[in-house]
Design a protein around this ligand. Structure first.
Ligand SMILES: Nc1ncnc2c1ncn2[C@@H]1O[C@H](COP(=O)(O)OP(=O)(O)OP(=O)(O)O)[C@@H](O)[C@H]1O
Ligand SMILES: [Mg+2]
Length: 432
């Protein structure tokens, strides 16, 4: 009976959906909501090529690193175990892109060879324990089987069985390897596994952008993991210009982006970090702004605006990740800065945020915390939070000269106070 009723329900629902669709198409105006976009000229040839996950077929200025990687892994073609390799360098320096490309090429090369090569790429932000690493590996090796809920030992044995029976050389690409909680144990078991293998091998290609992470490792893990090391240095402005030029050719229509705009995007990214991801992001945002405005050229102005909007996005992310009390301190700075209205900038028409006294900010914070009926942090924590906010580039502070009331810290907010308040309000909405 219940089933019958359900079937009726389904029947009525289907009828209702069909009816609604008929009705909707009858009442819809002849103008389709997408018409404007259908006929719009676009400045993109392939927008995907500017997205973060796109990897170009040729990585500029990484020839030496790729050659080293190829040399290290080429022993697999002779049926030998490669050394473990550790890649490190700052964010956006091509570590992930280079590793993925080299592994892809090795897979191609193995097709014409007798031996077997298997690889599993994983980002250890997600696969952050030995068990998760092994589970991901086993999933890649046995795609049709499901090992959910099996013990770590069982999963480990399964990986070993695969390697042994297929005589494979398995390379585990552990990106952001510093995120693995039981890394010592993980590296130890994977390295020692080779002692028990009659055929094939297991090696690790570890990647990290935490430059001093290596020094914190247990000496045994360090020497196993870093049998070979490769450094990816940041790019300079000229290199980033070439990288952007290569990307613009794939992603944008011919001569859409002015050369000076490319150089500006590269220079801005080089100044901050030497990070290719940021440079490409400036170009993408600049292109989107130009397209929105119906422009036929991407100029310096679009890149400057793009940088501003990227910075705001980053700041927004940062604010939303601040601990609650620290966010409240920042909020009190923004509220006070808003009340004081700021002063005219020395450099132009825009307004600079007002200079605040540390004491008045703390008072404002205390009254806000009381109003919200939450505990109040101590003066020591308050100063600690201010230091951190300065480090994140959200505020700047300076000690005043010796006045009537002695020295005090002066605070200036570096972002538009309205935007900070908006970010705080949105985080509150998300957490409520
Ligand atoms: N030499 C290069 N030529 C062209 N594009 C590059 C080059 N290096 C990096 N990129 C591009 O920059 C972006 C970031 O590169 P990648 O993801 O490899 O950085 P990463 O070193 O792994 O950074 P992170 O440490 O943050 O993970 C990608 O879109 C990548 O395609
Ligand atoms: Mg990476």
């Amino acid at each position: 009976m219940l089933i019958m009723l359900n079937m009726h329900n389904i029947h009525y629902r289907q009828l209702f959906i069909q009816y609604s669709l008929v009705n909707l198409s009858e009442t819809m105006s002849s103008e389709n909501l997408f018409t404007e976009h259908l006929n719009k000229e676009t400045i993109f040839l392939n927008r995907n090529a500017l997205l973060p996950h796109y990897t170009p077929e040729h990585l500029l200025f990484r020839e030496k690193q790729m050659e080293n990687l190829v040399d290290s892994l080429a022993v697999i073609l002779r049926n030998e175990k490669p050394s473990n390799i550790f890649l490190y360098g700052k964010t956006g320096t091509g570590k992930t892109a280079a590793s993925k490309l080299v592994v892809e090429h090795l897979l191609q090369a193995m097709k014409s060879k007798q031996g077997n090569f298997a690889s599993a790429y994983m980002n250890c932000r997600t696969y952050n324990s030995k068990y998760k690493v092994l589970s991901k590996a086993v999933k890649e090796l046995f795609p049709k089987e499901n090992f959910l809920g099996y013990s770590a030992t069982f999963v480990f044995e399964k990986v070993m069985e695969y390697v042994n029976e297929t005589k494979s050389h398995l390379v585990l690409v552990l990106d952001e390897i510093d995120m693995i909680k039981d890394l010592d144990e993980c590296v130890y078991s994977l390295t020692r596994a080779n002692d028990d293998l009659k055929n094939g091998s297991i090696s690790i290609l570890g990647i990290s952008n935490k430059l001093n992470f290596k020094d914190k490792l247990d000496p045994r893990t360090k020497s196993s993991l870093c049998e070979r090391e490769l450094i990816f240095p940041p790019y300079n402005a000229e290199e980033l210009t070439e990288i952007l030029r290569q990307r613009a050719e794939i992603a944008l229509k011919n001569k859409i982006v002015e050369d000076s705009a490319l150089r500006l995007a590269a220079a801005l990214a080089a100044k901050e970090s030497g990070d290719a991801r940021t440079a490409v992001l400036f170009l993408l945002k600049g292109a989107e702004l130009a397209e929105k405005k119906g422009l036929t050229k991407i100029t310096d102005k679009e890149i400057e605006l793009a940088k501003k909007s990227v910075e705001e996005e980053i700041a927004f992310e940062m604010i939303s990740c601040l601990p609650e009390q620290q966010q409240r301190v920042l909020k009190s700075i923004a509220v006070l800065a808003g009340e004081k209205k700021g002063v005219q900038s020395l450099h132009g028409s825009s307004r600079e945020e007002a200079v605040l006294l540390s004491g008045e900010v703390f008072e404002k914070y205390q009254s806000m915390a009381k109003e919200e009926k939450v505990s109040i942090i101590s003066g020591r924590w308050y100063r600690e939070y201010l230091n951190e906010l300065e480090m994140y580039g959200l505020i700047s502070t300076i000690m005043s000269g010796k006045g009537q009331r002695g020295q005090t810290k002066l605070i200036k907010v570096l972002l538009d106070s309205k935007k900070i308040l908006k970010a705080c309000a949105q985080t509150a909405d998300l957490t409520n």
